[in-house]
Design a protein. Structure first.
Ligand SMILES: [Fe+2]
Length: 473
C-alpha cells in the first residue's frame, strides 16, 4: 500500500455543502475588492462504490467567495448536472467521463458519449454569457446556475453547437460586445472543428468557419487576437475509429503522434476566412495564455509541454500517491506565425514552469508583459507555488508557504488601475497540515500576501474560475 502524497487531500471528495458562512480573515482584504469569485472543480470522486479514475472526471462543485468591505463569505454547491443526478439516484457512476467508462458494452458507451446521455459535468470552467452564469466541461452542454445561491438552473437552451461532440471550456468572452467565441469538434469519418460565435442578447449562433481534419486534436483552449481566432492542433489526436467502435475510455482513444507536428489555423473573426495555416514543432498544451499580432506575425503564447505525458500524470491514483513525482507544469512558449505564410518559430519565454496561467484580462489580444500561474518549487510536489513571469526578462516572482498548495490565481485590477498588473490575485490554497483551505489575496506585482480567509474544511483542487465585480449602479 503506497502512502499518500502531502497534497492528496486536494483529490479527496468534499461532501459538505455550506450556505454563505462568514470566514475568519487574517491580514487585510482590500475594501475595494467587492464582488464574487466563482470557481468550479471536481469534488466527488465516487458514485456509490464506483470510483472515477482521472482528475478530469470528478463530479462538479461550484464555489463562491463573496467579498465586500473587507469581509469574505463562502458557499458551495454540487452542480446538479445529469451526471450528478444519475450517479446520486442510482448510487453508481452512470455517465462516461474523460478517463472513466461505466458502461458494460461498447454500445452503451457510445450512447453515453453521443447524444443520449450528454456529458454535462461542468467541472472545468465558469463563464458569464450575458446575464447567464454557466458551468462547463468540454462538451457543448453548459449548465446555468445562480451566481449568488449557486442553485443549478439547468442547461442553457442555445448551446455552443449542439451538433458537435466537444467544445472547449475556455470560451473567449467579450462582455462589452455581448459575444463569445468558442471552438467545437465533431467526430466522424472526417472530423471537423467549428469556430462559433454567440450573441448573448439574441442567442444567435454563427458558425464562422469549419475546418475538416482526419486527425482531430484534443483541443482544450485556443488563441484570439483582435482579428483572428487561432487554433493550435497539438499532435495528441483522437483515433475516431477507436472512439466509435472499440471499448475503453475517451482518454484511451487519444494517441500521441509527434510526426504530425503542431498544426495551426488562423480564422478571421470578421468573415470566417482561413487566413493562414502552419505546421510547427510537436508540442502539447492545455492552455493558451494570450495571442496578438505584431510586425506581420501572430504571436501565440501557450503553457507548453514537449509531449502529452501530462495527461496520464493526472490519473487520481498517481496524484494521490507519494510514490510518484508531481506532474510537471509546462513552460511558457511563444509560437511565431508569420502572416506571409513562412515557417513557424517557437521561443521559450522563461525557464520557470507554469500551469493554470492567467493574465490581466485587459491585455487579452494585445502585447503584454506578465503571466501568473501555478508552479513547482519542489518537483516532487503538485503545484506548490504561485509564479509571476515577466515575459520581457524571463524572470519570475514566487509566493509559497510550507505545506500549502495553491490553485489558479485570478487577477483582479485595482479601481483606476495605473497599468498592467496593478491589482491583486485571488487563489484558493490547500493548507495540507491543517487539512483545510483558504482564499489568499496576493499583491499581483510583488506577490506579497495581503490577506487570507480561512475555510473550515478542505476544498478539492479546482480547475478554473473568474471574479465578477459587484455591479455598481
Ligand atoms: Fe483549462
Amino acid at each position: 500500500m503506497s502512502s499518500s502524497s502531502p497534497s492528496a487531500a486536494g483529490f479527496e471528495s468534499l461532501e459538505r455543502e455550506t450556505d454563505g458562512e462568514s470566514l475568519d480573515v487574517e491580514g487585510t482584504i482590500p475594501e475595494w475588492l467587492s464582488g464574487r469569485l466563482l470557481r468550479t472543480g471536481p469534488a466527488k470522486f465516487e458514485g456509490g462504490d464506483d470510483t472515477y479514475n482521472h482528475w478530469f472526471d470528478g463530479l462538479a462543485m461550484l464555489h463562491r467567495f463573496g467579498l465586500r468591505d473587507g469581509d469574505v463569505s463562502y458557499r458551495n454547491r454540487f452542480l446538479q448536472s445529469g451526471a450528478f443526478e444519475d450517479a446520486t439516484a442510482e448510487e453508481r457512476i452512470v455517465r462516461s467521463e474523460f478517463g472513466t467508462d461505466p458502461c458494460r458494452s461498447i454500445f452503451g458507451r457510445i450512447m453515453s458519449f453521443f447524444s443520449q446521455k450528454p456529458v454535462d459535468n461542468g467541472n472545468v470552467n465558469v463563464a458569464a454569457y450575458g446575464d447567464a452564469y454557466v458551468s462547463m466541461t468540454e462538451t457543448p452542454f453548459p449548465i446555468a446556475f445562480d451566481p449568488d445561491t449557486l442553485k443549478t438552473l439547468g442547461p442553457v437552451p442555445a448551446t455552443e453547437n449542439p451538433d458537435a461532440d466537444m467544445s472547449t471550456a475556455h470560451p473567449f468572452v467579450d462582455r462589452d460586445a455581448g459575444r463569445a467565441i468558442n471552438v467545437t469538434l465533431a467526430f466522424g469519418r472526417t472530423s471537423s472543428y467549428g469556430v462559433v460565435e454567440r450573441d448573448f442578447a439574441s442567442g444567435d449562433r454563427r458558425l464562422l468557419r469549419e475546418i475538416e481534419t482526419d486527425d482531430p486534436s484534443y483541443l482544450h483552449s485556443f488563441g484570439v487576437t483582435d482579428e483572428y481566432v487561432v487554433l493550435a492542433g497539438f499532435p495528441l489526436v483522437f483515433d475516431t475509429m477507436a472512439l466509435l467502435f472499440r471499448s475503453g475510455t475517451f482518454a484511451d482513444a487519444l494517441e500521441w503522434k509527434p510526426e504530425l507536428g503542431t498544426r495551426f489555423w488562423a480564422v478571421r473573426r470578421s468573415d470566417g476566412e482561413l487566413a493562414g495555416q502552419w505546421r510547427g514543432p510537436a508540442r502539447f498544451g492545455f492552455h493558451h495564455v494570450n495571442a496578438f499580432e505584431v510586425d506581420g506575425e501572430l504571436q501565440v503564447d501557450v503553457a507548453a509541454y514537449d509531449d502529452a505525458t501530462i495527461v496520464d500524470d493526472l490519473y487520481l491514483d498517481r496524484l494521490r500517491s507519494a510514490d510518484t513525482t508531481g506532474p510537471p507544469a509546462g513552460h511558457l512558449e511563444r509560437f511565431h506565425l508569420p502572416l506571409d505564410g513562412s515557417s513557424v518559430d517557437v521561443s521559450r519565454c522563461s525557464d520557470t514552469r507554469i500551469e493554470l496561467p492567467r493574465i490581466d484580462d485587459r491585455r487579452a489580444t494585445r502585447d503584454y508583459r506578465y503571466v501568473w500561474g501555478g508552479g513547482q518549487r519542489n518537483p516532487d510536489n503538485f503545484i506548490d507555488q504561485i509564479v509571476r513571469i515577466d515575459i520581457d526578462s524571463g524572470d519570475a516572482e514566487t509566493w509559497h508557504q510550507p505545506g500549502c498548495y495553491p490553485g489558479e490565481p485570478v487577477f483582479v485590477e485595482r479601481p483606476d488601475a495605473a497599468g498592467e498588473a496593478d491589482g491583486v490575485l485571488l487563489t484558493v490554497v490547500l493548507d495540507a497540515e491543517r487539512d483545510s483551505s483558504f482564499l489568499a489575496v496576493l499583491d499581483a506585482e510583488s506577490l506579497d500576501e495581503v490577506g487570507r480567509a480561512r475555510v473550515p474544511h478542505h476544498i478539492p483542487f479546482q480547475f478554473h474560475g473568474n471574479f465578477y465585480p459587484e455591479e455598481t449602479s
